[in-house]
Structures are given as C-alpha cells and as structure tokens.
Design a protein around this ligand. Structure first.
Ligand code: TXA
Ligand code: MG
Length: 321
C-alpha cells in the first residue's frame, strides 16, 4: 500500500482505486477517513473488516457539494438545506431520510443516511474526481479501529489500520488535520434538528440559523451513533478527568496549568482550538510512552470546549449509554 503526498496525479489514481472497489484513506479538516465507493457493498464490507466495526453502525457518505445531497435523500427539511448552504463544505454531518440508493450496508439498516461535504482541498479533489468517473459518494468513517482514537495524521492511519490495507489501497498524506475532532452530527429527520455529536460547528453557531433541540430525547435510542456509546475515542491507557496527576501520569491541559514533578506533559495548548487539534495525538503519545494514566484537565469555556468535553468523557468511559 502506498502512503504519499497527494499530487493531482495520485488523487486521480486514488479516485480510480475507489471506483474499482479499493480503499483510500484521506485527510479531511476533522480527522482522516477510510473511504470506499458508497454503492459497492463488497468495498464497504472491507471498511467494516479493517475497523472491526459492528455492521449495524452506519457510515457517513461524503459528497463534493450540497447539490449532491438530493441524490442520497429525497426528503430534506428546509432547515437542513439552510444548514448545508451555510456550513458546507465544513465539519458538519447531516442525518437525513435516505433515498433508495442509500442501502442498508451504508445506513446500518436505518431509514436515514449521514452526509457530509468536507472542507479539505485533497478530500474535495478526490470526491470531484470520483464523481467525474461516475461515483456518487464515498463512504468514510474515521480511519481507526472501532472504539479507538481517530487518526489526525497519515502516520496515525498507518498505525491504526495499515496492516488491514492491501497493496493496491492508498493512504493520502495531507499532513495534520486542522480541527482534530470529528464533525458535528445533526439529526435532520424530525421537525426540529438535534445535535447528536458536538463538534467545531457549535450549538451557538447553529442556533443562529435554526431552532435546535440540543440533547437527544432522554432514553431515545432511535438512532445508533457509535460515537454515543459509553466508551469511545479511547486510548489504551486509562483516561482520568479533572484530578491531580501523580508521578508517571501523562497530563493534557491548557498551558496555564503547571506540570507537577514526575508528571509527563503530553500537550500544553494555548487555546481550545489548539487543544482539540492535538488531543488525539496526545492520547497516542500517552500510549506510546506507556504513561500510568492520562489525566485531562478540561477547559470550561472556549469555542471547542463542548466537543473536547464530549470526546474526553467518552475516552474515560464515562459517557451516557
Ligand atoms: O468528521 C467526521 O465526521 C469523520 C470524517 C472522516 O468525515 N467521520 C467520522 O465517521 O467521524 P465515523 O463513522 O467514525 O463517525 C460517524 C458517526 C458514527 O458514530 C455513525 O454511527 C454516525 O456518524 N452515523 C452515520 N450515519 C448515521 C445515520 N444514518 N444515523 C445515525 N448516525 C449515523
Ligand atoms: Mg469514528
């Protein structure tokens, strides 16, 4: 398998690989995705196998522009059109009633489909090339093993799933992802939208455009989102929240928090944006250095604090079921 800088030639070649049923890991502004042709059941099944993901967990279909959403959904509420027009390309996934082309092997058997237009030059070029070869969408979950930390660099993709890729698959190396946390997921199947997974497109930004139900209905399991499982986004070592780190622990905290003696500082970001961008690399580094635990001191304000809190709580195994 090739892991290389994405020249126009390589992107074109990658689109051909997708079209012929291969897998292409590619950078987006959030995290790296592991892509396949969303219409090819065999290719999609290779994603599930590589990730060891249960096959009732739906995949996001990536498309090159908002107009393409009408291919995958034939009942789009007007608020969803507004969201798409304002925030795409961008770190936002819309869950919409599916059309006939969104098969069970993409939707996990649900009547909805997840759609996203990523805001990354390489991803957009790949999607455009793929579509000009007759493709309709690229199914791509984060390119990590199920339940593990999403990759934010091509090296992390290689560590996570390299052994499961074949010679003809490709990892496009677009450097470190700008945002570093997965997209905001919005359920657009009801009259009022609901945020299922917080991300860089925050509730504050969204609620300027539409009225929102912020939390899913209590006890609702209408929608299966693997990111809503209690334990997810987890490094191998234990993650502890907002407690005093002890010698041998790794520490993830804003740079105004000092590192106690004997503690291994994993990152010291200046802003929540920098915190988000480097969080998963810090988790990986904690694993590699075999720290005793990773202690995370959560920021309690700043643009990315909700999304950071969501991922860290799940990494610590403390999420709601
Ligand atoms: O930022 C992102 O969203 C990245 C990049 C690669 O685009 N993708 C990503 O995919 O995070 P994944 O599969 O790791 O997480 C997507 C989440 C999953 O928890 C999945 O269950 C949920 O979206 N999802 C996808 N389609 C859905 C649907 N039809 N209904 C409910 N949840 C859905
Ligand atoms: Mg994921």
């Amino acid at each position: 398998m090739e892991s290389s800088l994405p020249t126009p030639h390589l992107i074109q070649k990658s689109a051909g690989i997708l079209k012929s049923g291969g897998l292409v890991a590619f950078p987006t502004e959030t995290v790296y995705g592991l892509g396949s042709d969303a219409l090819n059941e065999l290719a999609v099944s290779r994603i599930y196998a590589a990730k060891r993901r249960p096959n009732n967990h739906p995949l996001i279909v990536h498309i090159s522009s908002a107009e393409k959403m009408f291919i995958w959904s034939n009942r789009i509420p007007s608020y969803a059109k507004d969201l798409a027009n304002i925030f795409w390309p961008g770190p936002m996934t819309l869950i919409l009633p599916r059309s006939d082309i969104a098969k069970n092997f993409i939707t996990g058997g649900q009547d909805s489909v997840g759609l996203r237009v990523p805001n990354h030059k390489v991803a957009l070029e790949l999607l455009s090339c793929f579509e000009s070869e007759g493709g309709l969408g690229v199914a791509a979950p984060s390119a990590n093993k199920f339940g593990a930390v999403s990759p934010t660099t091509a090296d992390s993709v290689l560590q996570e799933i390299g052994e499961c890729l074949s010679e003809s698959d490709i990892i496009l190396d677009g450097g470190q992802c700008e945002i570093g946390l997965e997209s905001t997921i919005i359920d657009c199947t009801a009259q009022i939208p609901t945020i299922l997974r917080p991300g860089a497109i925050t509730y504050e930004k969204l609620s300027k455009v539409v009225k929102f139900e912020f939390e899913p209905l209590p006890g609702s399991n209408r929608i299966r989102t693997s990111g809503t499982l209690k334990s997810h986004y987890s490094p191998k070592v234990k993650v502890a929240l907002n407690c005093m780190p002890k010698p041998g622990d790794g520490l993830v905290a804003l740079n105004n928090i000092a590192t106690p003696a004997g503690v291994i500082r994993l990152i010291a970001p200046r802003t929540t944006q920098e915190f988000a961008r480097n969080l998963y690399l810090a988790f990986r580094s904690g694993d590699q250095q075999c720290v005793r635990r990773i202690v995370v001191i959560l920021p309690n304000s700043g643009t990315f604090h909700e999304a950071i809190k969501d991922r860290v709580i799940k990494a610590a195994g403390l999420g709601a079921e």
